[in-house]
Design a protein around this ligand. Structure first.
Ligand SMILES: [Cu+2]
Length: 117
């Protein structure tokens, strides 16, 4: 796709309107409390594609108050935390789309997805 479809200052491989491609990596980091949704109420990247067996590590930025990482299907659930030394990791062995949200900011749009291929 051409440059006209890109927005912002994303790194190559990202697609603002789609899913950030992080396939082929053992570990992938998602920021918790990235800027977005009217404050620091976003996951970054919000949607990411990973290979089966990848460990996704959520890392809190320390901004935006308390956040958590809760799977919609109940398969994983972090503690609710504010500190920037907080991390939560999960290894994805099942292909498919795993949707999750932050409980305090779900209504603001603080949601994410891990697409395992
Ligand atoms: Cu939050």
């Amino acid at each position: 796709m051409g440059p006209a479809t890109r927005r912002g200052t994303r790194t190559p491989g990202d697609n603002f309107d789609g899913v950030a491609d992080r396939t082929g990596r053992a570990t992938v980091t998602v920021q918790v409390g990235a800027e977005g949704n009217g404050g620091y109420y976003a996951f970054e990247p919000p949607a990411v594609r990973v290979s089966r067996g990848t460990t996704v590590r959520w890392a809190w930025t320390g901004k935006g108050g308390a956040h958590d990482v809760i799977a919609r299907d109940g398969r994983f659930e972090s503690e609710r935390a504010t500190s920037d030394d907080t991390t939560f990791s999960r290894t994805f062995e099942t292909t498919g789309t795993h949707r999750y949200y932050c409980t305090p900011h779900r209504s603001l749009g603080m949601k994410g997805a891990i697409v395992v291929v």
